[in-house]
Design a binder for this molecule. Structure first.
Ligand code: NAP
Ligand code: ZN
Ligand code: ZN
Length: 351
Protein backbone atom coordinates (compact mmCIF):
# COMPACT_ATOMS: atom_id res chain seq x y z
CA UNK A 1 0.00 0.00 0.00
CA UNK A 2 1.32 3.47 -0.82
CA UNK A 3 2.01 5.86 2.03
CA UNK A 4 3.08 9.45 2.44
CA UNK A 5 4.87 11.31 5.19
CA UNK A 6 3.30 13.92 7.51
CA UNK A 7 4.66 16.01 10.35
CA UNK A 8 3.54 14.89 13.81
CA UNK A 9 4.31 15.24 17.51
CA UNK A 10 4.93 12.12 19.52
CA UNK A 11 7.19 10.24 21.87
CA UNK A 12 9.72 7.42 21.63
CA UNK A 13 9.67 6.28 25.26
CA UNK A 14 7.54 6.50 28.46
CA UNK A 15 9.81 9.02 30.16
CA UNK A 16 10.63 11.09 27.09
CA UNK A 17 9.10 14.43 26.16
CA UNK A 18 6.95 14.67 23.05
CA UNK A 19 8.85 16.05 20.05
CA UNK A 20 8.38 16.64 16.37
CA UNK A 21 8.66 13.57 14.17
CA UNK A 22 7.48 12.30 10.78
CA UNK A 23 4.99 9.47 10.41
CA UNK A 24 3.47 7.69 7.42
CA UNK A 25 -0.21 7.93 6.53
CA UNK A 26 -1.75 5.44 4.13
CA UNK A 27 -2.76 6.77 0.72
CA UNK A 28 -6.57 6.94 0.65
CA UNK A 29 -8.41 3.74 -0.22
CA UNK A 30 -11.83 3.80 -1.94
CA UNK A 31 -13.62 4.19 1.42
CA UNK A 32 -11.22 6.65 3.05
CA UNK A 33 -11.44 10.32 3.88
CA UNK A 34 -8.31 12.46 4.28
CA UNK A 35 -8.63 15.27 6.82
CA UNK A 36 -6.39 18.31 7.23
CA UNK A 37 -6.37 18.58 11.04
CA UNK A 38 -7.19 22.07 12.34
CA UNK A 39 -7.60 21.39 16.07
CA UNK A 40 -6.90 18.48 18.39
CA UNK A 41 -7.98 18.29 22.03
CA UNK A 42 -5.63 17.02 24.75
CA UNK A 43 -7.22 14.15 26.68
CA UNK A 44 -5.72 12.72 29.86
CA UNK A 45 -5.74 9.37 28.01
CA UNK A 46 -3.10 10.89 25.68
CA UNK A 47 -0.85 11.37 28.69
CA UNK A 48 -1.62 7.92 30.21
CA UNK A 49 -0.72 6.34 26.84
CA UNK A 50 2.34 8.47 25.99
CA UNK A 51 3.78 7.53 29.40
CA UNK A 52 2.73 3.86 29.15
CA UNK A 53 0.68 4.11 32.37
CA UNK A 54 -1.79 1.51 31.05
CA UNK A 55 1.06 -0.65 29.70
CA UNK A 56 0.98 -1.79 26.08
CA UNK A 57 2.03 1.47 24.44
CA UNK A 58 3.87 0.83 21.18
CA UNK A 59 6.49 3.47 20.37
CA UNK A 60 6.73 5.80 18.66
CA UNK A 61 3.38 7.00 19.98
CA UNK A 62 1.49 9.92 18.46
CA UNK A 63 -1.54 10.71 20.69
CA UNK A 64 -4.67 12.75 19.95
CA UNK A 65 -8.28 11.57 19.55
CA UNK A 66 -10.29 14.78 19.60
CA UNK A 67 -9.79 15.74 15.98
CA UNK A 68 -11.58 18.35 13.88
CA UNK A 69 -10.53 19.51 10.46
CA UNK A 70 -11.41 19.94 6.83
CA UNK A 71 -11.61 17.14 4.28
CA UNK A 72 -8.97 17.38 1.57
CA UNK A 73 -9.62 14.19 -0.45
CA UNK A 74 -12.11 11.33 -0.49
CA UNK A 75 -11.90 7.84 -1.99
CA UNK A 76 -13.99 6.76 -5.00
CA UNK A 77 -16.65 4.94 -2.90
CA UNK A 78 -17.12 7.74 -0.35
CA UNK A 79 -20.69 9.00 -0.46
CA UNK A 80 -21.16 10.79 2.85
CA UNK A 81 -18.39 13.39 2.56
CA UNK A 82 -16.68 15.53 -0.03
CA UNK A 83 -13.52 17.63 -0.16
CA UNK A 84 -14.04 20.94 1.66
CA UNK A 85 -16.44 19.56 4.31
CA UNK A 86 -15.71 20.01 8.00
CA UNK A 87 -15.28 16.65 9.70
CA UNK A 88 -14.24 15.09 12.98
CA UNK A 89 -12.66 11.90 14.29
CA UNK A 90 -12.85 10.63 17.85
CA UNK A 91 -11.32 7.71 19.73
CA UNK A 92 -11.98 4.90 17.21
CA UNK A 93 -11.09 4.50 13.54
CA UNK A 94 -12.46 1.00 12.91
CA UNK A 95 -13.83 -2.20 14.47
CA UNK A 96 -14.49 -5.79 13.28
CA UNK A 97 -18.00 -4.83 12.03
CA UNK A 98 -19.17 -8.46 12.38
CA UNK A 99 -19.56 -9.26 16.07
CA UNK A 100 -22.79 -8.88 18.04
CA UNK A 101 -21.75 -5.49 19.44
CA UNK A 102 -20.69 -4.10 16.06
CA UNK A 103 -23.86 -5.35 14.37
CA UNK A 104 -26.04 -3.58 16.93
CA UNK A 105 -24.11 -0.33 16.56
CA UNK A 106 -22.07 -0.53 19.77
CA UNK A 107 -18.73 -0.77 18.03
CA UNK A 108 -16.95 0.80 21.00
CA UNK A 109 -17.63 -2.57 22.68
CA UNK A 110 -16.49 -4.61 19.65
CA UNK A 111 -15.81 -8.12 20.92
CA UNK A 112 -12.48 -8.11 19.09
CA UNK A 113 -11.63 -4.69 20.50
CA UNK A 114 -12.36 -1.44 18.71
CA UNK A 115 -9.44 -0.02 16.73
CA UNK A 116 -8.31 3.06 18.57
CA UNK A 117 -7.25 6.25 16.80
CA UNK A 118 -3.79 5.94 18.33
CA UNK A 119 -1.94 2.93 19.72
CA UNK A 120 -4.50 0.73 17.96
CA UNK A 121 -3.62 -1.72 15.20
CA UNK A 122 -3.82 -0.29 11.69
CA UNK A 123 -4.87 -3.31 9.61
CA UNK A 124 -3.93 -1.56 6.36
CA UNK A 125 -0.34 -0.88 7.38
CA UNK A 126 0.06 -3.64 9.99
CA UNK A 127 1.50 -1.34 12.62
CA UNK A 128 0.22 0.98 15.37
CA UNK A 129 -2.23 3.75 14.56
CA UNK A 130 -1.11 7.37 14.97
CA UNK A 131 -3.41 10.05 16.39
CA UNK A 132 -4.32 13.64 15.85
CA UNK A 133 -1.14 15.42 16.95
CA UNK A 134 -0.30 15.49 13.25
CA UNK A 135 -0.99 17.41 10.05
CA UNK A 136 -3.37 14.95 8.44
CA UNK A 137 -5.24 11.77 9.15
CA UNK A 138 -6.79 9.15 6.84
CA UNK A 139 -9.90 7.41 8.18
CA UNK A 140 -12.62 5.09 6.85
CA UNK A 141 -15.73 7.20 6.19
CA UNK A 142 -17.82 5.06 8.57
CA UNK A 143 -15.76 6.41 11.50
CA UNK A 144 -15.87 10.07 10.44
CA UNK A 145 -18.34 12.49 12.08
CA UNK A 146 -20.14 15.59 10.85
CA UNK A 147 -19.51 18.82 12.75
CA UNK A 148 -22.35 21.29 13.41
CA UNK A 149 -21.61 24.46 11.44
CA UNK A 150 -22.70 26.86 14.22
CA UNK A 151 -20.15 25.84 16.87
CA UNK A 152 -16.68 27.24 17.47
CA UNK A 153 -14.41 24.66 15.85
CA UNK A 154 -11.61 24.63 18.44
CA UNK A 155 -14.10 24.28 21.31
CA UNK A 156 -15.88 21.47 19.42
CA UNK A 157 -12.79 19.22 19.31
CA UNK A 158 -13.15 18.02 22.95
CA UNK A 159 -16.67 16.78 22.24
CA UNK A 160 -15.09 13.91 20.26
CA UNK A 161 -13.85 12.21 23.42
CA UNK A 162 -14.76 14.18 26.56
CA UNK A 163 -18.22 14.88 25.11
CA UNK A 164 -19.20 11.40 24.01
CA UNK A 165 -17.53 9.62 26.96
CA UNK A 166 -19.83 11.50 29.32
CA UNK A 167 -22.85 11.55 26.96
CA UNK A 168 -22.94 7.77 26.51
CA UNK A 169 -23.25 6.78 30.20
CA UNK A 170 -25.67 9.64 30.91
CA UNK A 171 -27.92 8.28 28.15
CA UNK A 172 -27.37 4.63 29.08
CA UNK A 173 -28.45 5.29 32.70
CA UNK A 174 -31.40 7.37 31.39
CA UNK A 175 -30.46 10.64 33.03
CA UNK A 176 -33.09 13.34 32.63
CA UNK A 177 -35.52 15.51 34.61
CA UNK A 178 -35.80 14.17 38.16
CA UNK A 179 -32.29 12.64 38.17
CA UNK A 180 -29.83 13.85 40.78
CA UNK A 181 -26.39 13.43 39.22
CA UNK A 182 -22.97 13.92 40.78
CA UNK A 183 -19.94 14.57 38.58
CA UNK A 184 -16.58 13.86 40.22
CA UNK A 185 -13.37 15.36 38.79
CA UNK A 186 -13.97 18.55 36.85
CA UNK A 187 -11.39 18.28 34.10
CA UNK A 188 -12.04 17.77 30.39
CA UNK A 189 -14.53 14.93 30.87
CA UNK A 190 -16.09 16.22 34.08
CA UNK A 191 -16.91 19.70 32.83
CA UNK A 192 -18.58 18.21 29.74
CA UNK A 193 -20.49 15.82 32.01
CA UNK A 194 -21.83 18.80 33.96
CA UNK A 195 -22.91 20.67 30.82
CA UNK A 196 -24.53 17.62 29.20
CA UNK A 197 -26.32 16.33 32.33
CA UNK A 198 -27.70 19.83 32.91
CA UNK A 199 -28.89 20.11 29.31
CA UNK A 200 -30.61 16.71 29.71
CA UNK A 201 -32.63 18.20 32.58
CA UNK A 202 -30.88 16.65 35.58
CA UNK A 203 -30.09 18.28 38.94
CA UNK A 204 -26.28 18.37 38.81
CA UNK A 205 -23.85 18.34 41.71
CA UNK A 206 -20.17 19.05 41.09
CA UNK A 207 -17.79 17.13 43.37
CA UNK A 208 -14.27 18.53 43.16
CA UNK A 209 -10.96 18.60 45.03
CA UNK A 210 -10.19 22.10 43.69
CA UNK A 211 -11.46 25.13 45.63
CA UNK A 212 -11.04 27.30 42.51
CA UNK A 213 -13.50 25.11 40.61
CA UNK A 214 -16.22 25.44 43.27
CA UNK A 215 -16.64 29.08 42.20
CA UNK A 216 -16.80 28.12 38.54
CA UNK A 217 -19.14 25.15 38.89
CA UNK A 218 -22.41 27.11 38.73
CA UNK A 219 -21.26 28.86 35.57
CA UNK A 220 -20.81 25.42 34.02
CA UNK A 221 -24.39 24.59 35.02
CA UNK A 222 -24.08 22.93 38.43
CA UNK A 223 -26.99 23.28 40.87
CA UNK A 224 -24.78 22.46 43.84
CA UNK A 225 -21.08 21.99 44.62
CA UNK A 226 -19.22 19.78 47.09
CA UNK A 227 -15.57 20.26 47.96
CA UNK A 228 -14.63 16.61 48.45
CA UNK A 229 -11.72 17.39 50.78
CA UNK A 230 -14.25 18.87 53.26
CA UNK A 231 -15.54 15.93 55.33
CA UNK A 232 -18.55 17.87 56.64
CA UNK A 233 -19.72 18.71 53.11
CA UNK A 234 -19.31 15.07 52.03
CA UNK A 235 -21.22 13.83 55.09
CA UNK A 236 -24.07 16.26 54.52
CA UNK A 237 -24.47 14.89 50.98
CA UNK A 238 -24.72 11.21 52.05
CA UNK A 239 -27.33 9.16 50.15
CA UNK A 240 -28.43 12.15 48.05
CA UNK A 241 -27.63 11.12 44.44
CA UNK A 242 -29.09 8.65 41.93
CA UNK A 243 -26.05 8.53 39.71
CA UNK A 244 -22.38 9.53 39.86
CA UNK A 245 -20.08 9.95 36.90
CA UNK A 246 -16.51 9.46 38.16
CA UNK A 247 -14.10 11.26 35.82
CA UNK A 248 -11.01 11.16 38.03
CA UNK A 249 -7.68 10.37 36.35
CA UNK A 250 -5.66 9.53 39.49
CA UNK A 251 -5.92 7.26 42.55
CA UNK A 252 -8.89 8.21 44.74
CA UNK A 253 -11.13 6.64 47.36
CA UNK A 254 -14.20 5.47 45.45
CA UNK A 255 -15.85 4.43 48.73
CA UNK A 256 -16.14 8.07 49.77
CA UNK A 257 -18.14 8.82 46.61
CA UNK A 258 -20.26 5.63 46.79
CA UNK A 259 -21.55 6.94 50.14
CA UNK A 260 -23.24 9.78 48.27
CA UNK A 261 -25.52 7.36 46.36
CA UNK A 262 -29.11 6.57 47.25
CA UNK A 263 -30.43 2.96 47.33
CA UNK A 264 -29.94 1.34 43.89
CA UNK A 265 -27.74 4.22 42.81
CA UNK A 266 -24.94 3.73 40.29
CA UNK A 267 -21.41 5.07 40.21
CA UNK A 268 -20.09 4.79 36.66
CA UNK A 269 -16.36 5.02 36.29
CA UNK A 270 -15.10 6.69 33.15
CA UNK A 271 -11.83 7.91 34.67
CA UNK A 272 -9.09 5.32 34.17
CA UNK A 273 -6.37 5.59 36.83
CA UNK A 274 -3.22 3.55 36.40
CA UNK A 275 -3.71 1.32 39.49
CA UNK A 276 -6.72 -0.66 40.88
CA UNK A 277 -9.28 1.15 43.07
CA UNK A 278 -10.16 -0.82 46.24
CA UNK A 279 -13.87 -1.10 47.09
CA UNK A 280 -15.25 -2.12 50.47
CA UNK A 281 -18.05 -4.70 50.29
CA UNK A 282 -20.14 -2.52 52.57
CA UNK A 283 -19.87 0.39 50.17
CA UNK A 284 -22.20 -1.57 47.87
CA UNK A 285 -24.14 -4.18 49.84
CA UNK A 286 -26.36 -2.28 52.32
CA UNK A 287 -28.06 -0.08 49.71
CA UNK A 288 -27.76 -2.39 46.66
CA UNK A 289 -25.45 0.04 44.93
CA UNK A 290 -23.91 -0.49 41.50
CA UNK A 291 -20.30 0.12 40.59
CA UNK A 292 -20.05 0.32 36.80
CA UNK A 293 -17.83 1.42 33.95
CA UNK A 294 -18.29 2.88 30.49
CA UNK A 295 -16.03 3.46 27.53
CA UNK A 296 -16.32 6.30 25.00
CA UNK A 297 -19.48 5.95 22.84
CA UNK A 298 -20.57 4.51 19.51
CA UNK A 299 -20.27 6.41 16.24
CA UNK A 300 -24.07 6.87 16.21
CA UNK A 301 -24.00 8.22 19.78
CA UNK A 302 -21.12 10.53 18.90
CA UNK A 303 -23.11 12.01 16.01
CA UNK A 304 -26.22 12.27 18.20
CA UNK A 305 -24.18 14.12 20.86
CA UNK A 306 -22.61 16.47 18.27
CA UNK A 307 -26.05 17.29 16.85
CA UNK A 308 -27.43 17.85 20.38
CA UNK A 309 -24.52 20.18 21.16
CA UNK A 310 -25.18 22.05 17.91
CA UNK A 311 -28.85 22.51 18.87
CA UNK A 312 -28.08 23.54 22.47
CA UNK A 313 -24.96 25.56 21.65
CA UNK A 314 -22.75 23.43 23.88
CA UNK A 315 -18.96 23.31 23.48
CA UNK A 316 -15.99 22.79 25.80
CA UNK A 317 -14.30 25.55 27.78
CA UNK A 318 -10.84 25.51 26.28
CA UNK A 319 -7.34 26.89 26.51
CA UNK A 320 -5.82 27.00 23.03
CA UNK A 321 -2.14 26.01 22.92
CA UNK A 322 0.58 25.53 20.33
CA UNK A 323 1.80 22.02 19.52
CA UNK A 324 5.21 22.95 20.93
CA UNK A 325 3.61 23.63 24.38
CA UNK A 326 2.33 20.07 24.79
CA UNK A 327 4.87 18.91 27.40
CA UNK A 328 4.05 21.84 29.67
CA UNK A 329 0.34 21.19 29.10
CA UNK A 330 0.77 17.57 30.28
CA UNK A 331 2.41 18.79 33.51
CA UNK A 332 -0.49 21.16 34.13
CA UNK A 333 -2.99 18.39 33.38
CA UNK A 334 -1.40 16.31 36.13
CA UNK A 335 -2.05 19.13 38.59
CA UNK A 336 -5.71 19.50 37.52
CA UNK A 337 -4.69 22.96 36.31
CA UNK A 338 -6.76 23.44 33.16
CA UNK A 339 -10.15 25.10 32.68
CA UNK A 340 -11.14 22.77 31.27
CA UNK A 341 -9.53 21.34 28.14
CA UNK A 342 -6.31 22.13 26.28
CA UNK A 343 -6.84 22.22 22.53
CA UNK A 344 -3.90 22.33 20.12
CA UNK A 345 -4.06 24.80 17.26
CA UNK A 346 -2.59 22.46 14.65
CA UNK A 347 -1.58 25.40 12.48
CA UNK A 348 1.37 25.69 14.89
CA UNK A 349 2.72 22.30 13.73
CA UNK A 350 2.49 23.20 10.07
CA UNK A 351 4.59 26.40 10.29
P1 NAP B 1 -8.37 15.75 33.35
O1 NAP B 1 -8.81 16.87 32.48
O2 NAP B 1 -6.96 15.69 33.81
O3 NAP B 1 -9.37 15.73 34.61
C1 NAP B 1 -9.20 14.85 35.68
C2 NAP B 1 -9.76 15.50 36.96
O4 NAP B 1 -9.70 14.54 38.00
C3 NAP B 1 -8.96 16.67 37.47
O5 NAP B 1 -9.25 17.89 36.84
C4 NAP B 1 -9.37 16.70 38.93
O6 NAP B 1 -10.64 17.36 39.08
C5 NAP B 1 -9.62 15.23 39.25
N1 NAP B 1 -8.52 14.66 40.02
C6 NAP B 1 -7.23 14.57 39.66
N2 NAP B 1 -6.54 13.96 40.61
C7 NAP B 1 -7.42 13.63 41.59
C8 NAP B 1 -7.32 12.97 42.83
N3 NAP B 1 -6.15 12.48 43.26
N4 NAP B 1 -8.45 12.80 43.57
C9 NAP B 1 -9.63 13.26 43.14
N5 NAP B 1 -9.77 13.92 41.98
C10 NAP B 1 -8.69 14.10 41.22
O7 NAP B 1 -8.64 14.36 32.64
P2 NAP B 1 -9.72 13.95 31.53
O8 NAP B 1 -9.12 14.13 30.19
O9 NAP B 1 -11.02 14.56 31.86
O10 NAP B 1 -9.79 12.38 31.77
C11 NAP B 1 -10.21 11.87 33.01
C12 NAP B 1 -9.97 10.37 33.07
O11 NAP B 1 -10.88 9.74 32.16
C13 NAP B 1 -8.57 9.94 32.62
O12 NAP B 1 -8.15 8.87 33.43
C14 NAP B 1 -8.80 9.48 31.20
O13 NAP B 1 -7.84 8.58 30.74
C15 NAP B 1 -10.14 8.84 31.33
N6 NAP B 1 -10.88 8.70 30.07
C16 NAP B 1 -11.67 7.61 29.95
C17 NAP B 1 -12.44 7.45 28.82
C18 NAP B 1 -13.37 6.29 28.71
O14 NAP B 1 -13.75 5.92 27.60
N7 NAP B 1 -13.80 5.70 29.81
C19 NAP B 1 -12.38 8.39 27.79
C20 NAP B 1 -11.56 9.50 27.96
C21 NAP B 1 -10.83 9.65 29.12
P3 NAP B 1 -10.97 18.32 40.35
O15 NAP B 1 -9.95 19.41 40.25
O16 NAP B 1 -12.35 18.74 40.06
O17 NAP B 1 -10.85 17.48 41.56
ZN1 ZN C 1 -9.95 10.83 25.42
ZN1 ZN D 1 -16.86 -6.12 16.44
Amino acid sequence: MNTYSVKAFGTDAPQADLKQMYIDRRGITAKDVEIDILYCGVCHSDLHTARNEWRGTVYPNVPGHEIVGRITRVGSDVTRFKAGDLAAVGCMVDSCRECEQCRQGSEQYCEKGNIQTYNGHDKHLNRQTFGGYSERVVVDQDFVLRVPENLDLAATAPLLCAGVTTWSPLRHWKIGPGSKVGVVGIGGLGHMGVKLAKAMGAYVVVITTSPSKTEDARRLGADDVILSTDKAQMKAASASLHFILDCVSAQHDVNAYLRLLKVDGTLALVGAPEHPLPIAAFSLIPARKNFAGSTIGSIAETQEMLDFCGEHNITADIELIKMQDINEAYERLLKGDVKYRFVIDMGSLKQ
